[in-house]
Design a protein around this ligand. Structure first.
Ligand SMILES: NC(=O)c1ccc[n+]([C@@H]2O[C@H](COP(=O)([O-])OP(=O)(O)OC[C@H]3O[C@@H](n4cnc5c(N)ncnc54)[C@H](O)[C@@H]3O)[C@@H](O)[C@H]2O)c1
Length: 319
């Protein structure tokens, strides 16, 4: 299996789970400097010692000749495509790069995968494709023509490219709409990691709005289990939400962090951010029914595991 973006947060967990299942894994990653290279090297450290770790291909999914070398060299049966410019807020500052990587890069990778006769392709999409929904859990058939950020728009565009490639080549593709992943190695720009580091340093945490915004936080191990289930059952073209199915307010999230870190948070209240949605909430019924997906980890338990990692390994210290 080839994992693009495998040196990142979710990818490095997925690789370890695949190696445990005795899959042979190769990683393609450009080590994009959005957060430091050392953090990504640390993410891969343990996996690289495993006999099933075939190769690390360092390069960019936007480079066709590089992609051809990777597919000729490794000949993957399955591809999990996680490489992306990720994150809502930075996409407002760099829409062109988000389009380049998330659309052009995805189109080139799909083309190469179809050319190489790959059997199964998984695309990491995002809850951001839904934009703002007034109430109730987000179902996969809901309208997705009103994303609120360039990031959400490029993820929806990626899904559409996947569908077109499935239609024209027969490549089996599953798009997974991921809802706010957290856990050890979480990206340092994301809420739980960012808040925890600031709290440990005795610094105030930026709270955009009144803290009532809700996120459907999903523990990375639950998510990885869902990706493996999607890989095992892939065929045709599918879209699934992978979330916890239980949104939590920002205020509750901060309270959990305070409890697990044993430190009161100092808050800096800031205006709501453009691009941010008031709530994410996954309906996981389709994934449960068709994949057997069953997330198990509650927020306080997951934050405890995260806090232990942060204390023992220092998080992404150079961020
Ligand atoms: N973390 C979340 O909560 C979340 C939520 C929804 C969707 N996703 C999606 O899941 C995927 C993984 O997210 P993550 O949080 O692990 O992010 P991450 O930034 O930790 O990992 C992404 C990896 O992609 C690599 N990359 C970036 N541009 C590249 C390029 N042009 N060529 C090759 N590699 C490149 C980066 O170096 C990085 O290691 C992304 O596609 C993201 O959009 C994540």
């Amino acid at each position: 299996m080839l994992v693009t973006g495998g040196a990142g947060f979710i990818g490095s967990h997925l690789i370890e789970a695949c190696l445990e299942r005795s899959n042979e894994v190769a990683v393609l990653d450009s080590f994009h400097p959005f957060y430091p290279r050392e953090c990504k090297e640390a993410n891969l450290r343990s996996a690289r010692t495993h006999a099933g770790f075939a190769k690390l291909y360092e390069g960019d999914i936007r480079a066709p000749a590089f992609l051809r070398r990777v597919f000729d060299g490794f000949r993957p049966e399955a591809v999990v495509h996680l490489a992306a410019r990720a994150g809502v807020r930075p996409s407002l500052e760099a829409p062109q790069e988000y389009c380049d990587v998330n659309l052009t890069g995805t189109a080139l990778l799909l083309q190469e995968a179809a050319h190489a006769g790959v059997q199964r392709f998984i695309f990491a999409s995002s809850s951001s494709v839904y934009g703002e929904k007034p109430r109730g859990p987000f179902v996969e058939d809901a309208a997705t023509d009103r994303p609120l950020s360039p990031y959400g728009a490029t993820k929806r565009g990626g899904e559409l490219l996947c569908h077109a490639m499935h239609h024209t080549s027969g490549l089996a593709i599953t798009c997974l709409r991921i809802f706010t992943a957290y856990g050890p190695r979480q990206r340092p720009d994301l809420a739980i990691h960012k808040f925890a580091r600031l709290m440990l340093a005795g610094r105030p945490i930026p709270v955009f709005g009144d803290g009532s915004a809700e996120r459907d936080f999903t523990f990375v191990e639950d998510l990885v289990e869902g990706v493996l289930q999607a890989l095992d059952r892939a065929g045709g073209f599918h879209i699934y939400n992978l979330g916890r199915g239980r949104p939590v307010t920002l205020n509750e999230t901060i309270a959990v962090l305070e409890r697990e870190l044993g430190i009161p948070a100092k808050r800096e209240t800031l205006p709501p951010q453009p691009g941010d949605v008031p709530r994410t909430w996954a309906s996981i019924e389709r994934a449960r029914r068709e994949l057997g997906y069953e997330p198990r980890v509650e927020l306080d338990e997951g934050v405890r595991v995260f806090a232990t990692w942060l204390r023992e390994e220092g998080g992404c210290a150079s961020w």
